[in-house]
Design a protein around this ligand. Structure first.
Ligand SMILES: *Cc1c(COP(=O)(O)O)cnc(C)c1O
Length: 410
C-alpha cells in the first residue's frame, strides 16, 4: 500500500458566487440560455423523490402538456437528463443501427451536428448541403432522397447558428414520407415560438431543449417519437451502444414510473412550470407575441442602419442575425454590450454576425427596448455609424402598428 501524503490535496482558495457574478444581473438576450420566469426558478429549487407518487403525477402532466406544445397525440414523449444535443443523439441512436442510411440536411452548425452523431454510431451518413443564406429546397431534397434512399431524414426547423428558417419543412416532410423515410426535426430553438404541428405534418421525431423557446433551464430536454418511429425503436436487433440514451430503458421512467437513472427532478419540475406557462398563454398567443416582438426588433435594427443577415423569406424570427459593421468584431461587440450595458448577446459559429435571441421571456417589450438601446449605444461607442433614435422610433412604431393580442382568449 502506498502511504497518503499527510497533507493530501490542499484546499483551493475560491471566490464566493457573489464575487464571481456581476452586481447587476445580465439580461440574457443571446441564443440561449434565456431568462426564466420566477415560477420556473422556484420549481427548479425543489428536490423530491424521483420515484414517488408526486413525481409520477408531475411526469404525467409534463407528457400531457408536451403533447399540446408538440401538437401530437403520440404517447411516446420522453425526457433526457442532458442538453438538447442529448435528445438529438437519442433520436438517431435509437432509430439507426450500424450501417443503416441517414440523410442529414445541413443548413449549418447544428444541423451538421446530427450527421456527426450519426457517424459516431456507425450509420451510413449522407449530407445535403444548403447555402448559408437559404432554406432547404424541397425539390433538391427529393433528388437527394432518390439518390440515397435513406431510412431517416433529419432537418432543423430553425438553424440557430446562421439564423435561417426552413420554411418548407412541411413539404419536405411530405416528400420524405412518400419515400418511406422517418423524419427527425430539430426544433430546439423554435418549439413554442412558431407553429410546428408534429402529427399534421407527419413528423416522426421532434426534439427540443429547455433553455430556448420554452424558457426553462438548460440540462433537461424532451423528444417525442411517432408510433412509426417507436415501432422502429422497438424492433431493433441490438440495443443502443449508449446505455443512458436507450429509449427503451427511458420508457421505464417516462411511461412505467420505474427506474432508469436518477431523474433530474428539479429540472423536470422547472420544465413542468415552463410548459404550464405555455398552456396558460396558449400557443396562438405565444406565437403572436414572438412574431410581434421579433419583427419589432428587426425593424429597430434596420431603422438604425444595420443590416439583417438573412433575406426575409428564409429569415428565422426566433434568433435574429445582424451583420457586423466593417471594422468591428463579434467578440468586441459582445464584450462591450455586456460590460457597459449589462446585456448579453451572442456571436456566431463561423458567420460574420451577432445574434439576438427572441425566444420565450426574451420576447417582452421592456427587454426589446433595453437591448436595442444597448446595441445602438455599443455601436456608437465602438465608432460604427448608426442612427439610434431612428431605430428606437421604428421599433416603437412597429409595436404600435400591431396589436399586442392578435387573438382573444375566451
Ligand atoms: C441550441 C441548439 C442545439 C443544441 O442545444 P444544446 O442544449 O446546446 O445541446 C441544437 N439545435 C439547435 C437548432 C439549437 O438551437
Amino acid at each position: 500500500m502506498t502511504a497518503l501524503s499527510p497533507k493530501g490535496i490542499p484546499r483551493p482558495q475560491v471566490k464566493t458566487l457573489d464575487e464571481i457574478l456581476p452586481q447587476e444581473p445580465l439580461l440574457m438576450m443571446g441564443a440561449g440560455p434565456v431568462p426564466i420566469p420566477e415560477r420556473v426558478a422556484n420549481a427548479n429549487s425543489m428536490v423530491i423523490n424521483h420515484l414517488g407518487d408526486a413525481m409520477a403525477q408531475v411526469i404525467d402532466q409534463v407528457k400531457a402538456m408536451a403533447r399540446y406544445v408538440f401538437q401530437t397525440e403520440s404517447k411516446w414523449v420522453l425526457g433526457v437528463a442532458g442538453p438538447a444535443s442529448a435528445a438529438m443523439e437519442m433520436s438517431v441512436a435509437n432509430l439507426l443501427e450500424p450501417g443503416e442510411r441517414i440523410l442529414c440536411i445541413n443548413n449549418g452548425f447544428f444541423s451538421h451536428r446530427m450527421a456527426e452523431m450519426a457517424t459516431r454510431i456507425g450509420a451510413d451518413v449522407h449530407e445535403l448541403h444548403v447555402g448559408v443564406h437559404e432554406s432547404a429546397d424541397p425539390e433538391r431534397v427529393r433528388r437527394a432522397i432518390e439518390e440515397t434512399r435513406p431510412k431517416v431524414l433529419t432537418l432543423v426547423q430553425g438553424e440557430t447558428s446562421n439564423t435561417v428558417f426552413n420554411h418548407s419543412l412541411e413539404e419536405i416532410t411530405r416528400i420524405a414520407k412518400s419515400y418511406g423515410c422517418l423524419v427527425v426535426v430539430d426544433a430546439v430553438c423554435t418549439l413554442s415560438t412558431m407553429p410546428l404541428k408534429m402529427d399534421e405534418w407527419q413528423v416522426d421525431v421532434v426534439i427540443t431543449g429547455g433553455q430556448k423557446g420554452l424558457s426553462s433551464i438548460p440540462g433537461v430536454s424532451l423528444l417525442v417519437f411517432s408510433n412509426d418511429a417507436w415501432a422502429t425503436v422497438k424492433s431493433r436487433k441490438k440495443p443502443t451502444v449508449q446505455w443512458c440514451f436507450d429509449a427503451q430503458l427511458a420508457e421505464n421512467f417516462w411511461h412505467n414510473h420505474g427506474y432508469h437513472y436518477t431523474a433530474p427532478v428539479s429540472g423536470i419540475m422547472a420544465l413542468h412550470e415552463a410548459l404550464k406557462l405555455v398552456c396558460e398563454e396558449t400557443l396562438e398567443q405565444r406565437f403572436a407575441r414572438h412574431l410581434r416582438c421579433s419583427k419589432a426588433l428587426q425593424a429597430g435594427v434596420e431603422g438604425m442602419g444595420l443590416s439583417l443577415y438573412i433575406p426575409e423569406v428564409s429569415r428565422l424570427n426566433s434568433v435574429v442575425g445582424i451583420s457586423i459593421p466593417e471594422g468591428l468584431t463579434a467578440a468586441q461587440i459582445c464584450r462591450h454590450i455586456s460590460d457597459t450595458y449589462r446585456v448579453e448577446i451572442a456571436g456566431s459559429f463561423g458567420q460574420p454576425i451577432i445574434r439576438i435571441g427572441q425566444m420565450g421571456e426574451q420576447c417582452r417589450e421592456h427587454n426589446l427596448f433595453r437591448t436595442l438601446h444597448a446595441l445602438g449605444s455599443t455601436m456608437r461607442d465602438l465608432g460604427a455609424k448608426v442612427d439610434q433614435p431612428n431605430g428606437m422610433a421604428e421599433m416603437e412604431s412597429y409595436l404600435q402598428s400591431v396589436p399586442r393580442s392578435l387573438y382573444r382568449v375566451a
